[in-house]
Design a protein around this ligand. Structure first.
Ligand code: PLP
Length: 422
């Protein structure tokens, strides 16, 4: 395997296994489609941040939206992680998974008053406020509870992260955050509000970033803002640099390790006294998971060959949504009589955008298992029931053990909340 899977995905006698669990055994025990995660890979990714940030006062807040399974949240909570949430639902998940409310930051452009109340009652670490209007309503809600809301302003440093436009979030044209040149006056307004407590400043410029330069550039803009605030008597306790580090999706792509990726940013921040926050999502879970699927039908057309599999865009939306590439490999070594051919790997959904990969060289037969790699982030989390398809099961392997961490949905569950007219 040329893809960097930290050695957790390997072939043993031709059979693909994650840690010490053959993927064929996972499919046998829990069926397909099925997401499979490596506990060791998850822990390693987290420890990568811990070692890169050693010796600094930091809080690593896992961005829950990348993968919100309770087992994954619980694993990170046990490692001491904080959490970056974007909804009241994610708040409830983190608390249900044993996460520490005192280590939660709450991001998002459209927090409702009910969500603000729930987060205040739980005692979260900080609200990352994204507009003037949100400052006003948070101040009101906190006042009505007799509390003070800890806040950071999410500023928009206007740097180009050089990523897919749907996941670039720090440009002036973005709906996220407040313009950095409006931040000073907004901090003054916040300071004058009786039920707000200024804690820090936050930014998040985009996702799947492979070049460390843009985030270092964002850091220098954040530092300038912090210094300007300090001159005007507003001291910040923390600087939150967001998430965004990319993972390997292609075997021939080189992704910087966490130490190298953070080095220019940490150099820009050397000597600063503020606590540093990070909000990594994809880089903690993306490479630690794969989607296991079975080939139902091989269809050889005049122009194209199709491998129709039992996973689809409802299970993994990234190829359809972002034109994203995931490596796809056969789980078993091919039998001698199977010829390699070029396939579009597609699902059964009635949309031409329903593909997991196009133009892939595979030596496979009907009934074979495929593994769609680097699917741990924004995979299950973005899945749906489109075409009335029950969502996939999720399994976590640890050494030679496998744990079912989410049962496959049943058809009954899919329409349990619906009713016909009387
Ligand atoms: C999505 C998001 C993250 C995580 O981004 P990744 O690219 O998955 O690391 C962090 N912070 C905020 C505010 C986000 O919206």
């Amino acid at each position: 395997m040329s893809l960097d899977w930290n050695g957790y995905l390997a072939r043993q006698n031709g059979r693909l296994q994650l840690e010490s669990v053959p993927l064929a055994e996972v499919a046998h025990a829990h069926g397909t489609p099925c997401y499979v995660y490596s506990r060791a890979a998850l822990e390693d990714a987290y420890q990568g941040y811990v070692s890169a940030l050693a010796g600094r006062d930091t809080l690593i807040c896992y961005a829950v939206k990348a993968n919100s399974n309770l087992a994954i949240l619980n694993l990170f909570a046990r490692l001491g992680a904080g959490f970056d949430i974007v909804s009241g639902g994610e708040l409830a998940r983190v608390l249900a998974a044993g996460g520490d409310a005192g280590k939660i930051v709450f991001s998002g452009v459209g927090k409702t008053r009910a969500e603000m109340r729930a987060a205040l009652a739980a005692g979260i670490y900080c609200f990352n406020v994204e507009s003037a209007s949100e400052l006003e309503s948070l101040n009101e809600v906190a006042g009505s509870l007799g509390l003070r809301a800890p806040i950071a302003l999410r500023v928009n440093p206007d740097v180009d992260p050089k990523t897919h436009p749907y996941i670039a979030t720090g440009l002036k044209s973005s709906k996220f955050g407040v313009a950095i040149d409006e931040a000073l006056s907004l901090y003054h307004r916040a300071q004058a509000m009786p039920h707000l407590d200024i804690r820090g400043v936050a930014c998040h410029i985009g996702s799947q970033l492979l070049d460390p330069a843009p985030i270092a550039e964002a850091a220098t803009k954040i530092i300038d803002l912090a210094d300007a605030l300090s001159r005007e008597g507003i001291a910040l306790a923390h600087l939150d640099l967001g998430g965004g580090k990319g993972v390997n999706y292609r075997a021939d792509e080189a992704t910087p390790n966490t130490v190298d990726y953070l080095a220019p940013l940490l150099a820009a921040l050397s000597g600063r006294r503020e606590r540093l926050l990070f909000e990594p999502g994809r880089s903690l879970v993306g490479a630690a998971g794969l989607l296991l699927t079975r080939i139902e039908i091989l269809k050889h057309g005049s122009e194209k060959n199709f491998a129709v599999v039992d996973a689809a865009m409802n299970d993994l939306a990234r190829p359809a949504l972002y034109d994203a590439w995931h490596e796809i490999v056969a789980v078993a070594a091919p039998a001698d009589d199977v010829k390699t051919a070029t396939y579009d790997v597609v699902g059964p959904i009635c949309e031409s955008g329903d593909f997991l990969g196009q133009g892939r060289e595979l030596a496979v037969a009907e009934g074979d298992l495929l593994a769609v790699l680097s699917a741990g982030a924004y995979g299950m989390a973005m899945s749906s029931n489109y075409n009335t398809r029950p969502r996939a099961a999720e399994v976590m392997v640890s050494g030679s053990q496998m744990h079912l961490i989410r049962r496959r949905e049943t058809l009954d569950q899919l329409f349990a909340l619906e009713s016909v007219l009387s």
